[in-house]
Design a protein around this ligand. Structure first.
Ligand code: MEV
Length: 304
């Protein structure tokens, strides 16, 4: 076959971002917003998306270019054309870089018959993210590869949830590196207090696992709201996120919190179907871009 199309999902943290950096538990979930990559055998290298068409280009396409160089170490090939389309907002806590990395790795793996299994794809994806970002948790690439709702660090897959997910994008870029260092600095200055908050966030995930397994949505929502309060306490919330989070709560969200590093980027709410449009409108009126989606059990997959 001279062409393969693969897609990989984005992710949200139900609980536990930042605490996971300190080895605490977190629950991270794949959502049905996907990046799709079509890999076609070609004479040279072409990378194409709405961002533009180039050859290997580490400035415009750092993740995809590094995937190509990684695959070249496994197998020699004449060249490849990669066509990329994505539903995932870029650089906003929904795992867009992990999704493009994993979808490209799997499309090239299958096209050039490299025989990598999913564990290898997830591992290579993490190595690539770390190379580009300096530091990266393996969570995003693992969840994008495997899909589902995953207890971290055990990598245990939990039953999926059937409620709707509404993402609200503040449109404000925030650097994960800076937010992670902010928490680290706060912890250096107030070690006992920060350790206590980070441990409590970890316990929310441990408690949360039981309620996810029982699909006890109301309690999951309550724990999400508590987690949000603790993220505010460690200084990674901001006014824009808060406006969207309260817009969702005021319109019957089951629970709402930021996802990812915070300081901008995205929040999300869980919702019953009957309240989805009201919540999405509330987020839009509060100045955010809303995206309605679902949890997904499917990680990286071949598309027709
Ligand atoms: C960022 O998506 C999540 C953080 O916990 C950082 C990380 O886990 O690498 C803030």
């Amino acid at each position: 076959m001279s062409s393969i199309k693969c897609s990989a999902p984005g992710k949200i943290y139900l609980f536990g971002e930042h605490a996971v950096v300190y080895g605490k538990n977190a629950i991270c979930c794949a959502v049905d917003l996907r990046t799709t990559v079509t890999a076609t055998v070609n004479d040279g290298i072409i990378i194409n998306s709405l961002q533009g068409e180039t050859a290997l280009d580490h400035t415009l396409y750092p993740y995809v270019s590094t995937v190509i160089e990684t695959i070249e170490k496994f197998i020699s090939f004449p060249g490849v054309k990669l066509d990329i389309i994505s539903d995932i907002p870029v650089g906003s806590g929904i795992g867009s870089s992990a999704a493009v990395t994993i979808a490209t790795l799997q499309a090239m793996n299958l096209l050039f018959k490299c025989k990598m299994d999913l564990e290898t794809i997830a591992h290579l994806g993490h190595t690539i993210e770390t190379k580009i970002q300096g530091a990266a948790s393996p969570t995003d690439t693992y969840v994008s590869t495997m899909g589902g709702i995953i207890m971290i660090p055990a990598k245990r897959k939990l039953p999926t949830l059937d409620c709707k997910v509404i993402i609200g994008n503040t449109g404000k870029f925030a650097s994960t590196k800076e937010l992670v260092s902010h928490v680290s600095m706060l912890r250096n200055n107030h070690t006992d207090i920060l350790d206590s908050i980070l441990s409590t966030i970890g316990e929310l995930s441990i408690d949360g696992e039981q309620f996810v397994s029982k699909k006890a949505y109301k309690t999951i929502g309550t724990l999400m709201d508590i987690n949000q309060g603790l993220l505010d306490a460690i200084g990674v919330n901001n006014q824009e996120l808060n406006s969207l989070i309260y817009a969702a709560r005021n319109n019957n969200a089951i629970g709402s919190k930021l996802t990812g590093a915070g300081g901008g980027g995205c929040m999300f709410a869980l919702a019953e179907s009957k309240h989805v449009h009201k919540i999405a409108d509330g987020i839009t009126k509060a100045g955010g871009e809303s995206i309605i989606t679902n949890f997904t059990n499917e990680g990286v997959r071949i598309e027709d």
